[in-house]
Design a protein around this ligand. Structure first.
Ligand code: BGC
Length: 664
């Protein structure tokens, strides 16, 4: 195997700059080439003409967005999605998938929230770990992105995220830290600056990644995120993507002038060689293990578990004999971008576009009518009002499909509002006024302010960006073939003014993370703010009873055991969440923080025992004085909940001199 010593300086300089948009340099055939492709929700591989001009994106399985995957809270589904994506990559001859993105949903307006997992770092990191492990065990490399503190799209190329060290350690690094345990072959830096320094030159961050989190892959740039190639290589950025002639020439000039030492160049080149060898070894002899049809089934399964039943006043599940009017374009999208996000994560569906009314018709005995009626984001009045109103009035149930789509949620820009468009809100209110049996299905990739209409409708279902099998998945949830089990991976706030970022957002140059640790539910809990639907919330057609809490000290950890009883006749799944709540602490601590969770399947009437282990870190904070994790002496509440605001069981633990003891 070649080492950096076997390459000339010119070859090494070439190797750390990439070949073109989607390949690493092969040095005239001397070394193998790696093909990379976006992105988290499907393989976005493009076709180019003989002059290298883009022709089209090739169709691929469009899985639910990462937001929807996160709403499943299901580790094995995250792994399955990774594994299934590996097969898509093997078919498309892609060596490394540029995914997953694990940035924290700090700002509800962030245009890329649909590509990210959660406002909570434990949930984001845990699911990312499984996704990466699934992908890489299937023979394809992962790329953990966007490192670091890339939490908005607004002015993303220039803006600086000003974040204190403790906040970085306790929130923004954590998903990367956890995901690194799956040994991703690569990571991608962010566009933005972190405390004034471009993400591509974030030496301190790269050192943490490699030195503390055990990351041993290559760090590549986001596309065009390099400003000074020599400076970025010095910081430890191994690969600039895509290739840029001007910057490459400047790099060579800087090298000759001694601005980049041989040692520094060798370090990047060697990591590139190791990466290429590792990735090629990973896929050696591997062929897709599943058919496209099976992968579409995986997409459907994720959607079925990622759909969140936010509110239900008994109208759901639908009864077979009921007549239903479905309205809104999201129910039968004329383009896939209507029910998905835009930018590098936008995938051209491989299958047919779905039609929710058609999927429902196949399951219902009553009549199911469909009216396109209105566009989801164009401020356009619906035309067939009369007919539509008749239909609404005479149906047993109305299903109004609303959402955002790729012109609102996309890369490169943030949303202007967390509310739906006025036409959509009006449509919901009008429908509910005509017929109170109104169910709203939301197709959006991030939090929506539902305040204007929440109390007027009988049920609310968050479909999310649920991928190309979403139509069938929603129909199965609405009719009760699937018992909903998704829970919110981000808070549904009451109004944008409540958001932790509201006051610090508008500066185009600096994003001051002045809220510190209080992001997402940590923020709403600290300020006692009402929310429409809390983090972790999600209903089921079953009722689950929590009981039998018992805490046990096991060396330096605490085992939290409890039972969940399904008090309904049907099988269901419940996501139980374990929060730690410090009661007396010298250091500032959020009210409660998620420290463990379990998704538990029960048959109707069944009782199951659950246990979640909390290690010392679950009780610790990051001290900038000792530059490490500190588990303070004191009392800690252990809260087991069905959501962050529906705590069902509580216990108390004391920590003294690094030892735990159960108080209650
Ligand atoms: C995005 C990355 C993506 C890359 C390649 C960038 O604009 O930020 O997430 O992987 O483009 O498409």
């Amino acid at each position: 195997m070649l080492t950096a010593k076997d390459l000339t300086a010119e070859e090494k300089l070439r190797l750390i700059c990439g070949q073109d948009g989607w390949h690493t340099a092969d040095l005239g055939g001397k070394i193998p080439q790696i093909t990379v492709s976006d992105g988290p929700v499907g393989v976005r591989k493009s076709e180019f003409d003989e002059n290298g001009v883009w022709k089209r994106d090739l169709p691929a399985v469009a899985y639910p967005a990462i937001q929807c995957l996160a709403n499943t809270w299901n580790r094995s589904l995250a792994r399955k999605m990774g594994k299934s994506l590996a097969d898509d990559c093997l078919d498309a001859e892609v060596d490394v998938l540029l995914a997953p993105g694990v940035n924290i949903k700090r700002n509800p307006l962030n245009g890329r929230n649909f590509e990210y997992f959660s406002e909570d770092p434990l949930l984001a990191g845990t699911l990312a770990y499984e996704y990466i492990d699934g992908l890489q065990s299937g023979g394809v490399g992962a790329c953990l992105k966007h490192f670091l503190a890339n939490n908005q799209e607004y002015n993303r190329l220039e803006q600086s995220s000003e974040v204190d060290d403790r906040t970085l350690r306790e929130l923004y690094y954590v998903p990367f830290e956890i995901a690194c345990r799956a040994k991703p072959v690569s990571a991608m830096c962010c566009y933005n600056r972190v405390n004034g320094v471009y993400g591509s030159e974030n030496k301190c961050g790269f050192d943490v990644l490699r030195g503390e989190f055990g990351f041993d892959g290559v760090i590549m740039s986001d596309w065009g995120a390099v400003h000074d190639r020599a400076a970025s290589a010095k910081a430890g950025l191994d690969l600039e993507m895509p290739f840029d002639q001007g910057r490459y020439e400047k790099l060579c000039e800087d090298y000759r002038a001694g601005r980049l030492t041989d040692e520094e160049l060798d370090a990047c080149a060697q990591r590139m060689l190791d990466f290429i060898a590792r990735v090629k070894k990973m896929s050696r002899g591997k062929k897709a293990a599943t058919t496209v049809e099976r992968r579409l089934d995986v997409a459907q399964q994720i959607a079925e578990e990622g759909i969140v039943l936010l509110k239900n006043e008994g109208v759901l599940p639908l009864k077979k004999k009921q007549s239903v009017t479905v309205s809104g374009e999201c129910a039968a999208p004329s383009q896939y971008g209507r029910v998905g996000g835009g930018g590098s994560a936008c995938v051209q569906w491989i299958g047919e576009r779905y039609d929710l009314a058609k999927c429902l018709r196949a399951k219902m005995k009553g009549e199911v009518r469909y009216h396109r009626a209105f566009w989801e984001y164009a401020l356009q009045e619906y035309s067939d009002k009369r007919e539509l109103y008749d239909s609404i009035l005479t149906s047993d149930v109305n299903v109004v499909c609303v959402g955002t789509g790729s012109t609102i949620e996309r890369e490169g820009a943030d949303r202007m509002s967390v509310r739906l468009t006025p036409v959509q809100e009006e449509m919901i209110l009008r429908t509910a006024e005509l017929n109170p049996n109104t169910v709203v299905v939301i197709f959006a990739g991030s939090a929506v302010d539902v305040s204007a209409w929440k109390d007027k409708v009988a049920a609310i279902v968050l479909a999310g960006f649920c991928g190309e099998r979403g139509g069938e998945a929603i129909a199965r949830v609405l009719t009760g073939e699937v018992n909903p089990s998704g829970k919110l991976s981000e808070t549904f706030l009451c109004k944008i003014e409540d958001a932790p970022t509201y006051r610090s957002y508008s500066d185009p140059l600096v994003a001051r993370y002045s809220e510190g640790l209080d992001v997402g539910y940590r923020h709403y809990d600290k300020h006692g703010l009402d929310v429409n639907f809390p983090f972790g919330h999600g209903l089921s057609y079953s009722e689950f009873k929590y009981g039998d809490l018992s805490l046990q000290v096991k060396e330096r950890s605490v085992e939290v055991s409890f039972s969940i009883t399904n008090r309904s006749a049907r099988a269901g799944k419940e996501v139980a969440q374990v929060y730690v709540r410090p009661y007396n602490s010298y250091a500032y601590r959020p009210v409660r923080e998620l420290r463990g969770f379990a998704k538990v399947k029960t048959e109707g009437g069944e009782k199951k025992d659950v246990s979640v282990v909390l290690d010392e870190r679950a009780f610790s904070y990051y001290s900038t004085s000792v530059r490490g994790w500190v588990c303070e002496d004191g009392i800690y509440g252990i809260e087991v909940g069905a959501s962050s605001r529906d705590i069902r069981l509580q216990g108390l633990v004391r920590c003294k001199d690094g030892k735990f003891e159960i108080v209650k």
